[in-house]
Ligand binder design. Structure first.
Ligand code: HEM
Length: 578
């Protein structure tokens, strides 16, 4: 009876809450953005969908395309709608971007985009914020200095030689990869008609393996043996994660909305409930991350044990980044020392940040070269001339400094990093209301000229790397073309970034700490491979699609169901006198 008496007031509370919620949703969806949002004066495309905002066309088009088009049409700051009609600000104006990146600590990554990765990498530099980040960066900087990179350059060559030898073995035994073809029948046709000395390989798998070996060896003195086909616990963890991190189907606005809602929920929950959710992808990601965390902890502990048993000298002969970190941690100021958890966080961070990024850059690069035999020839001639000079000087190989001085190699690498940035964008949110200056004013919908914009605390700022790197204003009408020669034609004006006017490695205190490592790694792998091998498309004009899955991956158009791949024809490169 008593319970029954409670029913009417309970019902009335539920009705009131539901009515308030409905009113709030109506206000957010229909009234807030056009009439009350402080961002309503910023130009941008009309909202397409009441719940999904502009997401339907963003997911329909190739990654970054709409952001590039919007910034061309509306200017360096554009307002568009995300899921739940959340206002998003797209910034491409170089002055605005410099302001945001140079005040990096006032514009951290939003909590919900940090997601699951941050749970494991939380103690590493990528997700550290404020003073923690400054302290970690100070300890880590020496490990990425040019002099230290010179020391680890031989490791880059050693790992690449293993890949080169493997490719020779596969060409000699005429072993193509059947998974590069749409069907058994098309593989059989290729096998029966192929020119002698040619094979087809999924180049992205091999480049992913070699960059894993490089970061394992140069980063931690750890041998993944990925090119040789070994399966270590760490390599298996990676495999799990990247299988989980990518989806061959484009995400629909509905699933993006669910994903964002879930991300927000997970960040506000006091306990980690992600393992209980019946989502296979999340479970695999979590299992991979946990294995990664456990193995990293073991490696760090083993290193520390050796240092404790044998003294600091045990590190002197080791050239990997972790040894250097341990050394600067021991000899540095105790106040700035990294904790064990932070050391381990750096290891998982570098494995994640420094492996597939370089691997996919190389994949896109070999694809572009496969379409451009003339660029391949010019690059090969430059590398061979440098090798001949090194051999005449009594050395086996070109030095890292000589590699750095090769102009055309440098132009090719800059061009691929401009055009095919592994990360297409990043997101930031201001901690407090901010006034962001614009280098070029934009016109608001009511005709006012805006020379700066006020962004309230908590706004979502979408910083499109792709749009900046392909801006016609900076790069000219052929901005979308792969044309390394542009880097040899004189001074480039405009753009923004820590490296070469491009945003690929971002800018300011939160720019990629490993970018010089990545440049040397990419140049080494490319120089070794291009000297020995020639690359061509599987079929002339084969269409390749881009899909953003942690990094920008490749799919063959019409064969998307077969997963991320980059099938290329490979043969021995002609000798100089041929
Ligand atoms: C082509 C290769 C690479 C690209 C395009 C790249 C790009 C980036 C980008 C865009 C960020 C900033 C992410 C954000 O804050 O939203 C970043 C951060 C970072 N990268 Fe790289 N990266 C590459 C290779 C590497 C390598 C080889 C390493 C390590 C050996 C590395 C280590 C890091 C670390 C530790 C951070 C965090 C820096 C911080 O927050 O202060 N990266 N990278």
């Amino acid at each position: 009876m008593a319970l029954l008496a409670l029913l009417p007031p309970l019902l009335s509370i539920i009705t009131t809450v539901a009515a308030l919620l409905a009113t709030y949703i109506f206000y957010r969806l229909f009234l807030y953005t056009p009439f009350f949002s402080p961002l309503r004066h910023i130009p941008g495309p009309p909202k397409e969908h009441v719940v999904y905002g502009n997401m339907p066309s963003i997911v329909r088009e190739p990654p970054g395309l709409l952001h590039t088009q919007w910034s061309e049409k509306y200017g360096g700051v554009v307002k568009y709608s995300g899921v739940f009609s959340e206002d998003r600000l797209l910034f491409t104006d170089p002055v605005a971007l410099n302001h945001i990146f140079s005040h990096a600590y006032d514009f951290p990554k939003p909590q919900d985009v940090r997601g699951e990765l941050a749970r494991i990498l939380g103690k590493g530099i990528l997700f550290a914020e404020g003073d923690d980040h400054k302290r970690q960066k100070k300890v880590m900087n020496p490990a990425f200095s040019p002099s230290h990179l010179r020391n680890i350059a031989p490791t880059f060559f050693e790992c690449t030689y293993k890949l080169r030898d493997k490719f020779h073995e596969l060409i000699e035994s005429s072993t193509s990869d059947p998974s590069c073809f749409a069907s058994d029948a098309s593989f059989a046709t290729y096998e029966s008609t192929k020119p002698s000395g040619e094979i087809v390989l999924n180049i992205s798998t091999w480049l992913s393996r070699v960059t894993l070996d490089v970061i394992g060896q140069a980063g931690f003195g750890y041998s993944f043996g990925a090119v040789e086909g070994q399966t270590t616990v760490l390599a298996a963890a990676f495999q799990k994660m990247f299988a989980a991190g990518g989806t061959k189907k484009p995400l629909t606005p509905f699933w993006i909305t669910v994903g964002r809602g879930l991300g927000k929920l997970l960040t506000v929950m006091p306990v980690d409930i992600s393992g209980w959710l019946p989502i296979d992808r999340l479970k695999r990601l979590k299992a991979g991350l946990e294995a990664l965390e456990n193995e990293s902890a073991k490696i760090v502990q083993e290193r520390k044990r050796v240092v404790e048993a044998e003294g600091e000298e045990s590190l002197t002969s080791s050239k990997d980044l972790m040894s250097l970190l341990l050394r600067s941690n021991i000899s540095g100021d105790p106040k700035t020392m990294l904790t064990d958890a932070e050391l381990q966080g750096q290891m998982t961070t570098m494995l994640l940040a420094g492996h597939e990024t370089s691997g996919t850059s190389l994949t896109w690069l070999l694809w572009r070269l496969s379409q451009n035999p003339k660029i391949q020839d010019r690059l090969r001639a430059e590398v061979r001339a440098a090798r001949r000079a090194a051999i005449q000087a009594g050395r086996d190989e070109i030095s890292s400094d000589e590699l750095e001085s090769l102009e055309y190699l440098d132009a090719v690498v800059r061009e691929i990093l401009r055009l095919e940035s592994p990360a297409p964008a990043t997101i930031r949110t201001p901690l407090k209301d901010e006034l962001i200056p614009l280098g070029t004013p934009v016109l608001s919908p009511n005709g006012d000229t805006l020379t700066s914009v006020v962004v309230p605390a908590g706004s979502v700022l979408f910083l499109s790397i792709a749009a900046v790197n392909k801006s016609k204003k900076t790069w000219g009408e052929d901005a979308e073309e792969f044309r390394p020669e542009r880097w040899l034609e004189g001074k480039i004006e405009g753009g923004v970034g820590v490296y070469s006017h491009i945003l690929t490695f971002l800018a300011g205190p939160r720019a990629c700490i490993g970018y010089k490592f990545a440049l040397l790694e990419i140049k080494t792998i490319l120089a070794v491979l291009i000297d020995d091998f020639a690359f061509a498309e599987r079929e002339p004009g084969l269409e390749i699609e881009r899909r953003s899955a942690l990094v920008m991956r490749s799919l063959v158009k019409g064969e998307e169901h077969l997963g991320f791949r980059m099938p290329l024809r490979m043969s021995l490169a002609p000798k100089d006198d041929e």
